[in-house]
Design a binder for this molecule. Structure first.
Ligand code: MIG
Length: 746
């Protein structure tokens, strides 16, 4: 039996201390914070000094919580909080940072699956950022109760508050990433198109979906395997009846250019003889209740136990378990349900069943109406209940027992850490693909995330557009939402528009729920399929650009997707939430409303080369002066804008990302002075690029009096040969004059 760790409640106000770290960053340490693992700096080297006050904030110490208050100026916008609802500017709403499996993302909701307590205050004269490293619940009231007050209630008395004091927002993010670590880089194939559905029931179905992509000529790199591939939903098993000879099936699919990505849920089915359950029991790996018995909840497999991922021995065990699938050729996974989602607990079900029995046996019928309504409400609230989260315990490596509720936000983080460390051992040197539903700050070092169960609603496209930006701020550069919407039935118009948006998000995955209308790009009429095919091919034409810019963004700790206000000055741009930069050269302005002939776009501060794109090889380019425009963009087109003095690089689309070497590049540039771009190539699957094993093609264009000077420098390493033989240039100047040139390289 555990000795419960009791929190000492200080009688007097506790002092706190401060250390200056990094260039513009200070950390305030209050009490004795839990080591979450969010940061990568060794705090042993911090030079702490006692402090009386905190810059920007008023600190109120309550018995069991800490309140931080900041007085906002009228002009200040508040960006951040990674995965959450609300505007990109978070002001005017309350948020609850407590990982929550809520599949109904309506506007009033306060929490989604993750907790990312990183915020940027963006003011006219000054900006700053902060990060609160705390693993339990936090309530953010961002000018909701009172327009000028940002109040954060932290449900504990021990925390680290980091303040990033610089006015450049990209610098704030850079400091945050220096603190929390370099973002995760997926394998190159992850930049292709992914098809998912809950569930493709067997290998024959997956094979036929794959065939349809190939026969229709729609590029695709990955197909997902949702929960039905498992035997009775037992994690790390494959149902041999539905997926006979799984290893050879994986190989066969890979031969056709499809990676299979299975889902992994943390709940371990309680079943005698099932190895994962037996191992977990024998070694005491599961979260425990007060009396020392495993906590039992119900999820897909029925009654389940939950691994205690706080412990490194449990993480090691879990991480090694992925081997069951990597041995069969799997290279990517999808960690779901790791908030952790709990349909109900054995205890809560027992209590309610007892009350139902009592109700029907007439013991509790003073007021039948109220009693039955309350039973119904209790039933409805059984999932993901706070009482359950408070009823079990986890253990740190140094033997301290903590209530799960106090470290709730770390569950998904540590599940992914287990996976990532495991991959390190089972596929050393190799890059893995990993998506998670739940995460905490810092998880961006070792996993990507998707945005969970959205719906086939137009409104959720805008949610997707905003979250792309705020997740990128928090270091999750590779992210995306379920294209077409997960819940509800998509229609072709929605899916076409969403596919256009998805083509310009790092994770481009079409996914839909069990029981909803089929949603693959070929599930609608022929015209819709053609449009989506054009868009997906356009995505593949941008592969070189996206991949190069992505690698560059990680190296420079600068988000791959950035908000317009991070790139341009002034008040006007701060309220642009529905356009974003995709890499440094391209602005994307997706159409996200039904029956739209186009949309309004703000073109900030420089000239832009507009391209309402359809087919990758077709050009309808036009120079715009800065300003506001209504851009015509019928159903088969998406508005893109190349920034003045920059370029994009296109390649011929292919069926899957590593089908062919790229031998020709098509540069589309918009130049009034000069621009440069670096095309980056590595093997796409190993971590060798971290040691400089990658090759580059540096392209420079500068405008001369009558023409352009173009230089191409090849910077090749021995291991990676750049196969590009020729580069076509289409260069526009500010007068809409087109200049063309073709350069042979080898
Ligand atoms: O309770 O595995 O967000 O993508 O298809 C639902 C089935 C569980 C939730 C995930 C979703 C996935 C679904 N899962």
């Amino acid at each position: 039996m555990y000795n419960l760790y009791s929190v000492k409640i200080p009688e007097v106000e506790e002092l706190f201390k401060k250390a200056d770290i990094l260039n513009f960053t200070a950390v305030y340490r209050i009490g004795n914070p839990f080591k979450t693992g969010a940061t990568v700096l060794d705090d042993g080297g911090f030079d702490f000094k006692d402090q009386q006050s905190i810059q920007h904030f008023e600190l109120i110490q309550e018995k069991e919580s800490i309140i931080l208050k900041y007085k906002m100026n009228d002009d200040e916008r508040v960006f951040g909080l990674g995965e959450n609802l609300g505007g990109l500017n978070k002001r005017g709403k309350t948020y609850r940072l407590y990982a929550n499996d809520d599949p109904n993302h309506t506007p009033e909701k306060e929490s989604l699956y993750s907790s990312h307590p990183f915020v940027i205050i963006d003011g006219k004269d000054k900006s700053f950022g902060f990060f609160i490293d705390f693993p339990g619940e936090m309530l953010f009231d961002i000018g909701f109760s009172s327009y000028n007050i940002l109040e954060i209630k932290v449900s504990g008395r021990d925390l680290d508050l980091y303040i990033f004091d610089t006015s450049d927002k990209l610098d704030i993010i850079k400091q945050y990433l220096m603190l929390t670590g370099k973002p995760y880089v997926p394998p190159r194939w992850a930049f292709g198109f992914h098809q998912c559905r809950w569930s493709y029931p067997d290998s024959a179905t997956i094979a036929s979906i794959a065939d349809k992509f190939r026969t229709q000529g729609i590029p695709c790199d990955a197909i997902y395997m949702d929960i039905d591939y498992m035997k009775d939903y037992k994690v790390f098993t494959v149902d041999e009846e539905k997926f006979p000879q799984f290893g050879s099936f994986v190989k066969e699919m890979k031969g056709k250019g499809f990676r299979l990505v299975p889902i992994i849920d943390p709940g371990v089915k309680m079943q005698k003889g099932y190895d994962k359950f037996e191992e977990g029991m024998a070694n005491n790996y599961f979260c425990l209740e007060k009396d020392g018995k495993p906590f039992v909840g119900a999820v897909w497999p029925g009654l389940t136990c939950f691994p205690d991922f706080l412990r490194s021995d449990v993480r090691k065990w879990w991480g090694e378990s992925y081997k069951a699938l990597t041995e069969q050729g799997i290279e990517g996974f999808w960690n779901d349900m790791n908030e952790p989602a709990i349909f109900y607990s054995q205890n809560s079900m027992k209590k309610i069943l007892d009350d139902v029995k009592a109700f029907f046996s007439g013991q509790k019928i003073e007021d039948i109406g109220w009693a039955s309504a309350s039973l119904r409400d209790r039933m409805n609230k059984m999932s993901n209940s706070r009482d359950d989260y408070k009823s079990f315990y986890q253990k740190t490596d140094d033997g301290k027992v903590v209530c799960h509720d106090d470290v709730h936000n770390l569950y998904g983080f540590n599940m992914c850490r287990a996976a990532a460390d495991g991959f390190e051992d089972i596929m050393p040197g190799k890059r893995y693909f990993l998506l998670t539903r739940s995460s905490y700050s810092g998880a961006h070092r070792f996993t990507a995330t998707w945005m969970g169960d959205n719906m086939s609603w137009w409104e959720h496209m805008l949610v997707h557009i905003r979250m792309l930006q705020s997740l990128n701020m928090s270091g999750f550069f590779y992210t995306g939402a379920d294209v077409g919407g997960f819940g509800c039935n998509s229609d072709s118009q929605l899916l076409i528009r969403w596919t256009q948006l998805g083509a310009f998000t790092p994770l481009f995955r079409n996914h839909s729920a069990l029981g909803t209308r089929k949603q693959e790009p070929f599930s609608f009429d022929a015209r819709s399929m053609e449009y989506m095919k054009d868009t997906i091919r356009l995505r593949y034409a941008f592969l070189s650009y996206a991949y190069s810019e992505f690698i560059e963004s990680v190296e420079n700790l600068r988000p791959f997707i950035t908000s317009i206000s991070m790139n341009f000055e002034g008040e006007r741009v701060k309220d642009i939430e529905d356009q974003y930069m995709y890499g440094r050269s391209l602005m994307v302005a997706p159409v996200y409303t039904p029956n739209a002939a186009g949309r309004y776009v703000h073109l900030p501060q420089c000239r832009w080369l507009g391209w309402t794109a359809k087919k990758w090889e077709e050009r309808n380019l036009q120079v715009y002066e800065p300003g506001d425009y209504y851009i015509d963009s019928p159903i088969d087109r998406i508005p893109l804008f190349i920034k003045e003095n920059s370029m994009i690089v296109l390649n011929e689309p292919m069926e899957y990302t590593d089908q062919k070497d790229i031998t020709t590049l098509y540069v589309v540039a918009f130049i009034s002075k000069k621009a440069s771009f670096t095309y980056i190539l590595d093997d796409g699957i190993s971590k060798d690029y971290e040691d400089g094993v990658s090759s580059m093609l540096n392209i420079n264009i500068s405008k001369q009096d009558e023409s352009y000077e173009i230089t191409i420098d090849l910077d090749e390493c021995d291991e990676v040969a750049i196969k590009v033989q020729r580069v076509f240039f289409e260069i526009y100047d500010e007068y809409n004059e087109l200049y063309k040139e073709e350069i042979e390289i080898k």
